[in-house]
Structures are given as structure tokens and as C-alpha cells.
Design a protein. Sequence first.
Length: 471
Amino acid sequence: MTERFTRRTALTYAGALGGLAASGCLANRPVRHVSGRLRHACIGVGGMGRADAEQIASHPEVDIVALCDVDQDLLDRAKELYPEARTYRDWRALLEDEAGNIDSVNVTTPDHMHAVITLSALAEQKHVYCQKPLTRTVAEARAVAAAARRTPVVTQMGIQNRSKAPYRSALQLFRENHIGKIHQVHVWSDRPAGWWPQGVGRPEGSDPVPDDLAWDLWLGVAPGRPFKEKAYHPFVWRGWEDFGTGAQGDMACHLMDPAFWFLGLGAPTRIRSEGPPPNGETYPLWSTVHYEFEPNEHTTRGPLLFTWYDGGRKPPRSLLADLGVSEPSPPAPEAETQTEVEAQVGAEAAAEVRPTVVPANGCLFVGTEGALLADPYAPPQLLAADRFAHVEIPEGQAVNHWHQWVDACRGQALASAPFEYSAHLTEVALLGNVALRFPHETLVWNAKRMRFPDRPAANRFLSSTPRQGWG
């Protein structure tokens, strides 16, 4: 890399990390919009990276001009889809060589590389679309937010459920004020079971690095370790502390989003976790994290109690039962005769109000007059259902999350998940990961100072030191 690029990147890190307390107003920040077609570069083109590229490229005013991936096989497959694009293995070379040829990038890599690539792209004043979670550590989230506030570009985090119909319908229901003041929020995910390994130790030994994988570039800012086949690349990196953010980092940005969006939540004041702590290599198989937030106009007077569950854990059955929500039943045996089919249909029709089944992933608002269940993949529901049978569920108007960002880059829309918002959402999720290391302890959080004043040992998990040569 040239001295110009290296120094600029270093100054970006220093400035962003040094200005964590800075504040700014998104509405008043000038933005350098693109006047013509958006010239775009894709950094990370496998898995979700391929999906991001396809969605962005499907906008009629976008040209994919550059592609980057540390895996040559994935890069070759992307090149087949965008034959005119120039290809790179090293994102640093792409940002340097294409500085005058691109307007924007998407960052769709393992979590540990999000911040360094995003900060570098912002230093080059490129519009950025970054996958969730925005960063791997709290300090990185603060740094990215600060850099975004002072850079005249459009940013968006990849929480596409925010732009789909179910959440937009849930927002309309919330604004109709059916359930009163909110006093509890429960958010849960089925991850990680069946998705990627957690609760495991580091595999012994090493395997030859495949010819098509640039392992040192894949490691990037993370500490060095031997390559092990099927242990880290692709996708299964999510459960490893050095590379991913576990179940909460992966899904909380999707599932906590309605709570922060609808309620306008600030920083938590207290955090307490339950469950096994991380083992020093991977996150645990399950966890429950309790947050407390200061009340606001949407909540009751006491602190808002906010609970995250993963690994198949869900809100208390007593609460769900009171709301008429049941656990999913095993599938009924397949009917073998017409008579049996008619019997099954008749039994279903006879039930006046069938109980709501708790989804695998969801966000539940519990208010003084009822509850609202926001499911990212299905229409929202007011609970208990029989109490709100007269309420019509509004039809949410979906928009394309990627196209919205492209249109915002061109001055024709506003991004709905800019880094100024999504960095805060990411930070709260990552604070939960810090709390996992101190199970059953109540950690007091001072957001302004970015410290746990009563538990100094927790502060070292708010940041990490990049590998030598990657700072």
C-alpha cells in the first residue's frame, strides 16, 4: 500500500477512536450524492455477499465495477455474473486502485473485518452498505458511528427485515396504541443450534491451506492461527470469538430492531446474563441476557425490562400462556383416508380462536393493555388474540432495502438503517456478549464514558487489538 493510503487509514482509526463522545445530527449532515449511475464495488462475494451483490446490481442505475474476495473460487463465480468487473483478493488494493473509479462499496465479510474495511472506505469517502452486525466490538461500533457522522456519504446496515412488510405492519399497529405503555420486551432467536458450532474448543493441528484461499488475508485483524478445514471458512466462523459475534451478534440486529425503532431506546443502564460463559474460543450454546433501560414516553414509569434469549430459549411459559401463545406442536400424522381428512378439517374449523404459536424468532412488546408480537417473517399479531379480534392488521408496504440505499446515494431517498442508528443497535447487542463472560452478575453500564465502572475487568472486552501489521 502507498504511504498516502496507509497514513489516511491510520488517521481514520485514530480520529474515530478518539472522538467517541462526539455527537452529530444526521438530518443536518451534508451528503455528497452521486449524480449519475452508481459505480459499485463488492467486498466479499460468497454467501450473503453474493446475495448483497445481486440485490445491489439489480438496481437499474448501478454498475458493478470491482469485486473482491479472499477465496478465488468465490471470486471466479462472481466474475461469471459480472464479467466487466475488475477482481481483487485484497480489499486494500481495491480501495487504492479503484479510488477514482467507484462511488460505493458493500462490506459482506466475516464480522471481524467489518470495522477496518468500513472505516477505510469511509476515509475514501465512499458510500457504504455493511452487513450486520456492523462491528465485532463496542469500541469499533463507536468508531464507525463517529466516522459516519463526519463523512458526507450514505450508509446502511444490512438489516433488510426492517424494510419488509412484517415489521412495517407491526410499526403501524404499535402507533395505533392498542397495547398501552410498554413495560417488558422479550426478543429470542433459534440460533445457533443447527446453524454453526458454538460451545466447542479450538481444533487441534492444522490442514494445508487450499490453493484458492488467501488465509492471511482471511485472518486480517484477528490473531493468527492455523487453518483447519471446515472449522472457520466459510460461514462457520460465526461462533468463534476472534471472528464472529455468536447468536446475539448475528440475529439481535434483526430481532431487537423493532424495539429500538418503535420505542426509541437509548443505552441500557444495567445488564445481567444467565447461562454458561464463553470458553475462550467460542460463544456458549445458549444464553439469556437481561437489560434495563430508562423509561420514556412509550413505557411505564419504572425501568423497561428487556430480555434476549438464544439457543432455543424463549420467554417464560407463564407469560406466553397468559397471552394465549403456545409452543409449536409436533406435526400431525398424515391423513390416509378422505374420512380422516374431513375429520381434521372439521376439528380446525370448530376452534373459534386458535392459540398463537410462538415463532422461532421474534420480538414481543408487553404493554399495560396487551402485547404485540413482531415476527420478521410473518404478519404481526396483537395478543391475547381474542381481545383484539376486531382490530384489522394493516398491510405493511415493503421496500427493497438495498435499492433504498442506492436511491439514497443518488439523493432520491433516505436510508432507514444508517450507521448513526445501526451502530447503537449493534453496540447493545455486543454489550450482551460482554455480559456473557460474567454470568449472574449485574453490570452497570456508563454509556457516556463507555465503561463498566463497577466491574473494570469487563472493560477489556469492549475492544480488541488488531494483529501486527493490520492496525
